[in-house]
Ligand binder design. Structure first.
Ligand SMILES: C[S@@+](CC[C@H](N)C(=O)[O-])C[C@H]1O[C@@H](n2cnc3c(N)ncnc32)[C@H](O)[C@@H]1O
Length: 255
């Protein structure tokens, strides 16, 4: 097997198995985001818990789910069995060194993944490489804002000084309390995910992954354009988790 990013694998080995989201909300989101009614082959790149693969398998004849974490692959397999989806296969691979053949997918779904690799450009080039002419990539990335350096400083601090189980819990509880307080002040629960991921888990997923890169929408559209895709931003800071930090680009490979 090609080399893999062990640090990210270890982080997600312990993350998704204990935080599997609700399928219905994942389905709702993907169904309204993906405009293709039916495709032959779909790739769920960085499949995590596997629920996106389950949903994609309702629109595709065949789905391949790939993740760097072996525990995620196992969890994703269990979800496919749980929801009786028989047209999905899962494999453990690092998307930076993806072995799948060129131009082999009609639809590539990569949400909240590429920017977590040490070299996200390698991931993005592989996503483009495996897309068939006329095929579509849905790419969800972290948006670069004036807050990004502050988030990065906090993440480095948390990973360096607050990384034992008790300290990590302290950090997650602290940010959860802060979020709840903010919700009370503005009169709403601003940061709650409809798919049942707790705020503690969101904090862990935000401040503890080993690598993170933030992008502007323009640079990603330009990247696709240079590589023979027509791209547009279809969700800017909203969508699945109503997050101020994710944008989604839909890119179609020129025929
Ligand atoms: C934030 S989760 C997103 C999971 C899923 N795509 C979703 O939308 O809920 C990121 C996932 O990407 C996987 N991942 C991160 N870097 C990866 C890489 N280089 N190759 C394959 N998977 C990777 C992680 O193991 C994790 O399961």
């Amino acid at each position: 097997m090609s080399p893999i990013d062990i640090k990210t694998a270890e982080f997600y080995d312990q993350f998704w198995p204990k935080s599997v989201p609700i399928l219905d909300k994942t389905r709702e989101y993907i169904m309204e985001t993906v405009s293709e009614a039916h495709v032959s082959r779909a790739l769920d790149a960085g499949c995590g818990h596997g629920l996106c693969s389950v949903v994609l398998s309702e629109r595709a004849d065949e789905v391949v789910g790939v993740d760097v974490s072996s525990e995620c692959v196992e969890t994703a397999r269990q979800q496919a069995v749980r929801f009786s989806r028989h047209n999905i296969t899962f494999q453990r691979e690092d998307l930076q060194n993806l072995s799948l053949p060129d131009a082999s997918f009609d639809l590539v779904w990569c949400w909240g993944v590429a920017m977590m690799a040490p070299d996200p450009m390698k991931v993005m080039h592989n996503l483009m490489r495996v897309t068939k002419p006329g095929g579509t990539v849905y790419l969800g990335l972290y948006l670069k804002t004036w807050l990004s350096p502050i988030h990065e400083l906090t993440r480095h601090f948390c990973r360096t000084f607050m990384n034992g189980p008790r300290r990590k819990k302290l950090v997650c509880d602290f940010f959860t309390a802060l979020t709840n307080m903010h919700g009370k002040i503005v009169g709403s629960q601003t940061n709650l995910r409809a798919d049942n991921i707790s705020i503690q888990a969101q904090v862990e997923d935000w401040y503890y992954p080993p690598y993170k890169t933030f992008y502007s929408i323009e640079e990603i559209i330009e990247l696709f354009r240079r590589n023979g895709f027509e791209a547009q931003c279809i969700q800017d800071r909203v969508g699945r988790i109503k997050s101020a930090t994710i944008f989604v680009v839909r890119a179609v490979r020129n025929g």
